[in-house]
Design a protein around this ligand. Structure first.
Ligand code: SF4
Ligand code: SF4
Ligand code: SF4
Length: 158
């Protein structure tokens, strides 16, 4: 397969992979949070998020968008949430990153280490030198590895 053909093929796989990603709620949600309060809230969490990763859906319920950045754990969303939907400092992002071996360039003979550098937890290791995998026990769900991946091969799942 030629270079253009391969990138087109990987692009299609990336799109499929993205569509399979699950919705991830903001960190620090209390146990059994339903996010019902969010539907009538001014969504202060969105305004204060220092990484600008909190968005709201059509019902006003917040979710994390890792397409440009990750969660620094600054706790500003929790501090701003007056209904106390976000009020548990021990409960970080409830998701883990995972790499699609179908989409990842390094799994298809093109060396790439883009995801490794932003991972402060060293949760991304390279098997056989070049093929990255994520160690679930180390992944905090911060999401900083997602935006840097040139082939959109990393996604979060709850
Ligand atoms: S500030 Fe709290 S209640 Fe309001 S949208 Fe954000 S998480 Fe929901
Ligand atoms: S902890 Fe900070 S960076 Fe993370 S979602 Fe909340 S406000 Fe944004
Ligand atoms: S989500 Fe964060 S901790 Fe997990 S692999 Fe990506 S950068 Fe590392």
């Amino acid at each position: 397969m030629g270079k253009t053909g391969r990138s087109g093929f990987l692009g299609v796989l990336s799109q499929i992979f993205k569509e399979e990603s699950t919705v991830i709620r903001p960190p620090y949600a209390v146990t059994d949070a339903t996010f019902e309060e969010c539907k009538t809230c001014a969504a202060a969490c969105v305004d204060v998020c220092e990484e600008k990763i909190i968005r709201t859906d059509s019902m006003g319920v917040p979710f994390l968008d890792f397409s440009a950045n990750g969660c620094s754990g600054c706790e500003k969303c929790m501090e701003a949430c007056s209904p106390n939907v976000l009020n548990d400092p021990q409960w970080f992002v409830q998701a883990k990153a995972h790499i699609s071996t179908m989409s990842c360039m390094s799994h298809h003979d093109t060396i790439c280490f883009s995801c490794k550098e932003p991972c402060m937890e060293n949760a991304i290791v390279f098997e056989g030198m070049f093929r990255p995998i994520i160690i679930p026990d180390k992944c905090t769900g911060c999401g900083y590895c997602i935006a840097v991946c040139p082939s959109a091969a990393i996604a979060m799942s709850a």
